[in-house]
Ligand binder design. Structure first.
Ligand code: SF4
Length: 353
């Protein structure tokens, strides 16, 4: 048996034995639930995504329910999961399936790929799990396992590497059991061949694993591009009275689109000396006093470092204040709005939520 055939056989055997992770979406044939779980689990750990999957499934038991939901409600349910464009795409795609596909998911890889937010990986997962199409999934777990077992040193984040991994994944796919095989390799990458400290001693592939033999486990899979981190300074204004507070919705194509936030002054550097003047320009009035300014709070996103500062202002006549984009809302209505994590935490700590 060549090493590629052996690989699939050993993997399926591992899957058969005690190593299956029970998850509510395992063995699922309903493409809507598979799609939901796959979108939720992108860039998210299983433990974190699981409660969200259960909540979405309960609230929107069919694609029709999701299609008819209000955007704010979907965003609110997604709050805390991050990468909010996934939630917007999820909602848009549900509406598209309901309106243009009579509520029925396409049943092929190519058809699924036409849906917004559905890339190669998600299309392969749905096509193989729901319709047994012979299509290999390629995600971070799969790339890690393949690069180590077969000693592939091509960087996975360049065009050549993407092609090579896609081809290799397809070659080693067990065509008789595409659904079980795809699930097995993802589970294997998530539990045995993990990024640091893989469990090589108990690994059923350790006899054929090139990285183990050549001592290259720590450098594989190889990534070429370094991620550049952009620093952004978000100065949030807390302007409120007993009952109301200024809030705005993020509408630009940027992080947290469709979520709510406090009035924001974004700067490229920390706002320190120029604070008073910047506020004068922003508020177009002198009727304010700076009551306090919080310590800097940092939130790391995949390519961005957000420096938060919350500035409390006292304004004599809050109703006379006009802030472009922002509006006054009742403080008790804040709990209904989807908010970025750090703002949610801040408002919660100030007993405003
Ligand atoms: S031997 Fe180690 S590096 Fe190789 S596949 Fe198994 S766990 Fe991964």
């Amino acid at each position: 048996m060549n090493s590629k055939k052996k690989f699939a056989a050993l993997l399926l055997q591992w899957n058969e034995e005690e190593n299956r992770r029970e998850m509510p979406w395992k063995g699922e044939k309903n493409p809507y639930y598979i799609w939901l779980s796959e979108i939720i689990l992108q860039q998210t750990r299983v433990e974190q995504g699981l409660p969200y999957f259960l909540r979405f499934k309960e609230k929107y038991p069919s694609v029709k329910h999701l299609a008819l939901a209000k955007e704010d409600e979907v965003m609110r349910l997604w709050q805390g999961l991050g990468y909010y464009s996934r939630a917007r795409n999820l909602h848009e795609t549900a509406k598209n399936i309901q309106q243009n596909y009579k509520g029925i998911f396409p049943n092929t890889f190519d058809g699924l790929k036409k849906l917004r937010g559905v890339g190669d990986y998600t299309a392969a997962a749905i096509a193989s799990f729901a319709f047994s199409e012979k299509k290999a999934v390629v995600d971070g777990n799969v790339i890690r396992v393949l690069s180590r077992v077969f000693g592939v040193e091509t960087a996975f984040d360049i065009t050549e590497g993407k092609k090579e991994f896609a081809q290799l994944a397809q070659e080693v796919l067990d065509e008789k059991n595409p659904a079980i095989y795809n699930q097995a390799i993802m589970d294997f990458g998530g539990t045995v061949c993990v990024p640091p400290n893989p469990k090589c001693e108990v690994c059923p592939l350790n006899k054929i694993c090139v990285a183990k033999k050549e001592g290259t486990i720590d450098v594989l899979p190889y990534r070429e591009k370094k991620t550049k981190i952009r620093n952004r300074y978000f100065n949030y204004l807390v302007i409120k009275n007993e009952k109301e507070i200024f809030i705005q919705k993020r509408t630009d194509s940027d992080i947290w689109k469709s979520l709510y936030e406090l009035p924001l002054i974004e700067t490229e550097k920390p706002l320190t000396k120029n604070l008073k003047n910047t506020l004068l320009k922003f508020l177009k009035t002198e009727d304010f006093k700076i009551e306090s300014s919080s310590k800097e709070i940092i939130q790391l996103l995949s390519h961005q470092k957000i420096h938060f500062r919350f500035i409390h202002l006292v304004v004599k006549d809050i109703r006379a204040l006009q802030i472009e984009k922002a509006r006054l809302v009742k403080i008790k209505a804040l709990a209904q709005l989807a908010l970025p994590k750090t703002i949610h935490l801040f408002l919660f700590e100030k007993s405003l939520l």
